[in-house]
Design a protein around this ligand. Structure first.
Ligand SMILES: Cc1cc2nc3c(=O)[nH]c(=O)nc-3n(C[C@H](O)[C@H](O)[C@H](O)COP(=O)(O)OP(=O)(O)OC[C@H]3O[C@@H](n4cnc5c(N)ncnc54)[C@H](O)[C@@H]3O)c2cc1C
Length: 515
């Protein structure tokens, strides 16, 4: 192995191309699997306390200067399965980052604390009595300070967001500027392709360099394939380094008394299932949720140019509480490619007509508080994500659609495009309820995207119904921890990165205290 190199943009990462030996045996106090929201925070928080930390990341290291602002290239470069990961039936695109920094590299930078009513549910239904608003506050404050989280200024409310705000104001609905972890946003609108300007405070430009400054070693192109145990205790991991040509480069064994899984809500359960660990209760991979989203676009009489300016400006929280509807509407800028990926305007001539109108379109993303009805599992060597929009969640989806249509029309839109497989266009307020109520919950009927997979290794006090304890340690395997979005016992309705950072900070504290 050659010494890891400092790259121009500042992160020391050992990549497949740096490795010369076919076998490596490494030691650490803590080995962290995955370098996204959970993994990066755990790595830094433990390294700064003097632990020898090793981070293994399956995806490549892509320095910010190599990011492409062409979305298809970014998907190829930075996303899990090159942006093509779906549920089993193929009607839900499930996006995740797969690179050093994980999904935080490609996320939109929106920041929400876990809503209080969600924390209360977790205390009541899962015995997570330590996760109160007051006890979580210092963790939220810490990550928000580190990541420069602040409310959008007026210059960050782009034309599309101003329309959404005007519509909400007209209806008397609560509408607020987003909080984002973007310092001096360059307003390029390319958040989902990685932030070339490094203003978005992803893990790639924050916690990972800080962890490295405290001695953490990061290996990219290195997929963990198994967890090692001795006498029922975690003792390390087995991994495989793969070159950019797909050829195996080296096998790696890491010996470490603490193993932290932070491979995300799809890969963490798969790794546990493959290793046959922590699943005596048959809970691993179950209770998967994902905030299935619709992108409801509308044509305005004037050009909107929804790809210009900050990607996300404002959101409507009028219906966030379950008793108010259980959904959130988020304004969302989109370029032509993102639009053609999430809208459903038909094929042939209708599609061409729709795309020609792109500059007149503004969009709203719907987020619902879905139930944990999904499951991640293996079928032979193939990963399977079983998730269909459940009938129990369909009313919230319809209510979110109706509200989005109502808001667009109030803001002056001439027509609203509902992303259904049969093109559905709403032009009048009076048509909203009958048209949306006419929809049926059938596979392939709605064009859904998930940006927030979560909940497949849930946290709880009862080992019979959960995988990990409040400390993040698995109930069954001492020394084996989980610190990513798979922990969340229920879907949280809002964008989850701050929840993951805060929980990972807390779990790192518990690990440090245990060692
Ligand atoms: C397009 C997009 C937009 C989003 N926008 C927002 C937003 O605006 N606000 C917000 O709060 N949230 C947003 N999110 C969600 C947020 O980024 C995630 O919830 C969060 O990053 C999840 O953290 P994690 O640690 O669970 O997983 P990730 O951050 O996804 O990290 C997991 C890492 O583990 C690696 N890995 C997987 N398997 C292995 C293995 N076997 N061995 C080694 N490494 C492995 C993966 O390659 C990946 O890098 C967005 C997500 C996406 C995809």
């Amino acid at each position: 192995m050659t010494t890891a190199l400092w790259r121009d943009s500042g992160l020391a990462v050992t990549q497949a191309k740096d490795i010369r030996e076919p076998r490596m045996d490494l030691q650490a106090d803590v080995v962290v699997v995955g370098s996204g929201a959970g993994g990066a925070v755990v790595a830094y928080e433990l390294a700064r306390r003097g632990k020898r930390v090793l981070v293994l990341e399956a995806g490549p290291y892509v320095p910010s200067r190599d990011f492409s602002e062409r979305f298809p290239e970014a998907m190829e470069q930075l996303y899990q399965d090159h942006g093509s990961q779906t549920n089993r039936s193929g009607d839900l695109l499930i996006l995740q980052g797969a690179c050093v920094g994980g999904s935080t590299v490609v996320n939109a930078g929106v920041c929400f604390r876990t809503p209080d009513f969600i924390l209360r549910d977790w205390q009541r239904d899962f015995g997570l009595t330590g996760l109160t608003r007051d006890s979580m506050r210092p963790y939220f404050e810490r990550v928000e300070k580190h990541l420069g989280v602040h409310e959008n200024g007026e210059h960050e409310i782009a034309a599309h967001a101003r329309l959404i705000r005007a519509g909400a104001n007209k209806l008397g609905w609560s509408v607020k500027p987003f909080q984002r972890n973007i310092r001096d946003c360059a307003l390029t609108g390319h958040c989902l392709s990685g932030c070339k300007t490094e203003r978005k405070q992803s893990m790639l430009v924050s916690y990972l360099p800080w962890a490295v400054a405290h001695g953490t070693r990061i290996f990219a192109d290195t997929r963990v394939t198994g967890i090692l145990t001795d006498n029922g205790r975690a003792t390390g991991v087995r991994a495989q380094v793969t070159g950019s040509d797909g050829e195996p480069v080296a096998s790696v064994t890491v010996t470490a008394p603490r193993v932290v899984l932070a491979a995300g809500a799809v890969q963490t359960p798969l790794l546990l299932l493959r290793s046959g660990l922590a699943n005596g209760s048959d809970q691993v991979g179950r209770h998967f949720a994902c905030h299935p989203s619709l992108y409801v676009s509308a044509r305005y009489p004037q050009p909107v140019h929804a790809w210009r300016g900050a990607m996300l400006g404002v959101y409507v929280d009028e219906f966030m509480a379950p008793e108010d509807g259980g959904f959130v509407l988020e304004d969302g800028g989109a370029g032509i490619v993102e639009l053609s990926m999430t809208a459903e305007p038909g094929t042939g001539a209708p599609f061409m007509d729709f795309m020609e109108e792109t500059r007149y379109l503004a969009g709203l993303v719907t987020l619902i508080h879905d139930h944990n009805v999904g499951r991640v599992r293996w079928d032979g060597d193939n990963k399977v994500i079983d998730y269909q929009l459940d009938d129990i969640d369909f009313p919230s989806m319809k209510n979110a659609l109706k509200a989005a249509a109502r808001l667009h029309l109030a803001a002056g839109a001439e027509q609203v495009h509902v992303p259904t497989s049969e093109p559905l266009v709403i032009r009048r307020e009076a048509d909203i309820d009958p048209m949306v109520e006419g929809l049926e919950n059938q596979p392939h009927h709605l064009r859904m995207v998930s940006y927030h997979p979560q909940g497949s290794c849930r946290m709880g006090a009862d080992p019979a119904t959960s995988v990990v304890a409040e400390s993040g340690e698995t109930h069954e395997v001492p020394g084996l921890y989980i610190a990513d979005a798979s922990l969340l016992p229920t879907s949280i309705i809002v964008n989850p990165q701050i929840t993951v950072y805060a929980l990972a900070t807390r779990i790192a504290e518990a690990i440090a205290a245990s060692a």
